[in-house]
Ligand binder design. Structure first.
Ligand SMILES: Cc1ncc(COP(=O)(O)O)c(C=O)c1O
Length: 328
């Protein structure tokens, strides 16, 4: 007998619940780590779910729960044409029964790229805006107008980065604490909007002892020092007093957001061969590249244990391949 759409959705929700579980914490080896006497583990949030993976799920979860609590079933958010957040939001909408709409930076032809094609298949409505309009996305007035345009909607900021995201990130921190039997000295993550870094700071600031790790964000965009203020604002909005040391490294953007050198691509391929962990060059590739450079520069001390957060984003590889083939 053919299943009704509601039954299909229930089935999918069940599958999703099964798939989302503590993601593995995997130790990796490398001659450089031996030479510098450090240990590196990777928190494999890329494995959380094939479509809502990495920091996307962590940041969206409590936004979706809040929307549901308020009886709202339409989520509106923002993103670039290849956005991992938009892709994940569309999938989450499909699996959990939310209507989703996205304000996309750029021209309507992007609707045919692999990220947005899939988002539409999951039922997301796309609204393309000029780069000028997109720059308004954080302004109160613009958001008020948007709320009038979508009166029934719950508006989630770009990247899902708001105070609700910090709660999901804190869950991740608790998972790490319960999985790890070694002392954790450092946590390293890729940083775009700053929500993930703020969430890690929030999650480890709840630690009352003095064994809290140092948290380091690797900015993937140029001139990213302004993110420090954004992170502090997010922490304030979440009523979090940061008690852990943290730092944003701004020298590893490699030319800017989504700028990919042959050297970076080569690093990503070698890393994947050596560790069997897939990464992509926009976020996790830059983060692991920076991690290796920082190890070489003795940013970490001998004997220390570092956890690198794999924030997912592998769906973006398809878009990168398409862009490369369009250029040919
Ligand atoms: C795969 C991936 N990693 C890391 C980040 C950076 O996260 P945040 O924007 O919270 O700094 C993003 C951006 O959303 C991302 O897509």
């Amino acid at each position: 007998m053919k299943k009704s759409p509601i039954d299909q959705q229930k089935l999918l929700q069940k599958q999703l619940q099964k798939l989302i579980c503590p993601s593995p914490l995997q130790e990796i080896t490398h001659p450089l780590f031996d030479k510098k006497k450090i240990t590196v583990s990777v928190k494999r949030d890329d494995l959380l779910h094939p479509h809502i993976s990495g920091n996307k799920w962590r940041k969206l979860k409590f936004n979706l729960l809040e929307a549901r609590k308020q009886g709202i079933n339409h989520i509106v958010s923002f993103g670039g044409a290849y956005s991992n957040h938009i892709h994940a939001l569309a999938a989450a909408g499909f699996y959990f029964g939310f209507k989703t709409s996205a304000i996309i930076r750029g021209e309507a032809h992007y609707a045919n790229n692999p990220t947005l094609k899939q988002a539409q298949k999951w039922g997301m409505q796309l609204h393309f805006v000029t780069r000028k309009e997109y720059r308004e996305r954080h302004k109160c007035e613009y958001l008020q107008q948007l709320q009038l345009r979508f009166p029934d909607a719950f508006i989630v900021p770009e990247g899902g980065s708001n105070h609700l995201a910090l709660i999901g990130m804190s869950e991740l921190c608790n998972e790490i604490k319960s999985q790890c039997n070694k002392k954790i000295d450092h946590i390293v993550t890729a940083t775009g909007s700053g929500g993930t870094l703020a969430g890690l700071i929030a999650g480890f600031s709840h630690n009352q002892n003095n064994t809290a790790p140092k948290i380091t964000g690797i900015a993937v965009l140029k001139e990213a020092d302004y993110l420090v203020d954004n992170i502090n604002i997010l922490l304030q909005q979440g009523a979090i007093k940061a008690t852990v040391p943290w730092q944003l490294q701004t020298e590893f953007h490699g030319g800017g957001y989504a700028k990919i050198s042959a050297q970076l691509l080569d690093f990503c391929q070698t890393f994947e061969k050596q560790t069997t962990i897939p990464i992509e060059p926009i976020y996790t590739g830059k983060m692991f590249y920076a991690l290796f450079e920082l190890i070489k520069q003795d940013y970490f001390k001998a004997g220390e244990h570092i956890i690198a957060l794999h924030t997912g984003g592998l769906q973006g590889l398809q878009g990168l391949k398409k862009r490369a083939s369009d250029k040919k």
